[in-house]
Design a protein around this ligand. Structure first.
Ligand code: MLT
Length: 399
């Protein structure tokens, strides 16, 4: 047999696995220290009551012959959930987006689909990603052996790179609100990307996993707010962040009917791929996800999102107090801070772990342009976040 040689080109381990190992080793060496983890963006609040109630009911159904569900009739997802998602996009006032039911595909999470979608594209395609970047976009393409181009996201462009007409790529990844920087594009800025994509016959893979955190009027919640985006953009989203499904697994991907290249419909290709390689998301999970979009579900979810927003404000206030520059945390659960005293981001990671027993994510783990930056997540427990914020302020004072 011949192994995929491109795996040798990957960094030794996935960023968040590397951090988890470092923290475990630290805890093993210092069992008496209370380490607070604000590293990986994993939620800490439980599923909303509407979600667990819906799932319990669905479990009961699965235990009775008359209401039992076997293989999912459509790998694309149950109509009840796709219809709820359609309503979620439509019910946005001026930002309302009209989706066709056939364009909505239920998945087991954004991360899987961001990788799986690449099955539809030739390895000769050139891929453009921002730097810093959610490592999944890069690793998926390294594994396939695709050529990757990077565009710098930095303080000069407010961490929102705009298209450069002298650069050609076939696929571009955009994540807004951004992981890791928290920066979010307006519809006007996304319109520039749509224009560029059309001029290059390129596809935009738009990761909207954090759209639920948008609380200011400026940023777009969906790329389809831009006219013509349906001809060149696939949007990937997740229940992980909006509804705490990190351990439950459910997401959705919009593949518009209007994307056609060389006479082939991307929507049809994706359906063909999914029917072959995917048997759908569990009935019980899809019922839980449907409950997110009920009136009660939405209220409960907003309550949880506000809890995380308050955590972000607590971290932001601590950094303000310490005189540290940061962005994000307003339309995003991530705070992107500049490391103090010109420290490198892994250096700051070690220093903060040792001095304050607080874990964050080194900016450099997201790419070279992340050097000198550090990401903190607002998904932690509120008391622990307050404690971590106090410890960070106290530690920074010692510098
Ligand atoms: C992160 O910390 O960047 C996210 O939790 C990663 C993810 O959602 O897969």
């Amino acid at each position: 047999m011949k192994l995929n040689k491109h795996y040798a080109e990957l960094s030794e381990s996935y960023l968040f696995s590397t951090i988890a190992h470092k923290v475990s080793a630290y805890q093993a060496a210092h069992p008496d220290r209370d380490v607070i983890r604000l590293g990986i963006g994993d939620v800490t609040l439980p599923l909303a009551a509407s979600v667990t109630e819906a799932m319990k009911k669905a479990v009961e159904e699965q235990g009775r012959k008359e209401t039992f569900h076997g293989y999912i009739p459509s790998e694309q997802g149950y109509e009840f959930l796709r219809s709820a998602i359609r309503g979620y996009y439509a019910d946005r006032g001026e930002r309302s987006v009209d989706l066709d039911m056939s364009e909505i595909f239920i998945s087991d999470g954004a991360k899987s689909d961001l990788g799986n979608l690449l099955d539809l594209f030739d390895v000769d395609n050139t891929v453009l990603v921002p730097d810093p970047v959610y490592p999944v976009y890069v690793d998926d393409n390294v594994m396939a052996g695709r050529k990757i181009l990077y565009m710098a996201a930095n303080a000069d462009n407010n961490f929102l790179p705009m298209p450069d007409d002298s650069v050609h790529a076939d696929i571009v990844y955009l994540c807004s609100p951004n992981n890791p920087t928290g920066a979010a594009y307006t519809a006007g800025q996304l319109a520039e990307w749509v224009r560029w994509a059309k001029a290059n016959n390129a596809l935009i893979l738009y990761d909207a996993a954090y759209e639920c955190f948008i609380s200011e009027p400026g940023p777009a919640r969906s790329i389809y707010e831009v006219e013509g985006a349906k001809e060149c953009a696939v949007e990937v989203c997740s229940f992980s962040k909006i509804a705490g499904f990190t351990g439950t697994r459910c997401g959705y991907t919009i593949v518009p009917q209007a994307i056609v290249s060389d006479g082939q419909s991307l929507n049809k290709m994706w359906l063909r791929r999914q029917t072959t390689k995917f048997n759908g998301v569990a009935y019980v999970v899809q019922r839980g996800a449907e409950a997110v979009f009920t009136k009660e579900g939405m209220q409960e979810i907003q309550h949880n999102l506000d809890y995380y927003r308050r955590n972000a404000a607590v971290i932001g206030a601590a950094l303000d107090k310490a005189g540290v520059w940061y962005c994000g945390g307003k339309n995003s659960p991530y705070i992107w801070m500049r490391c103090p005293n010109g420290m490198g981001s892994w250096e700051f990671f070690d220093w903060l772990l040792e001095t304050a027993n607080v874990v964050g994510t080194p900016g450099e783990g997201f790419g070279p342009c992340g050097a000198g930056y550090f990401r903190l997540t607002a998904f932690g427990d509120a008391d622990k976040t307050r404690e971590a914020a106090d410890r960070i302020v106290a530690a920074l004072k010692t510098l």
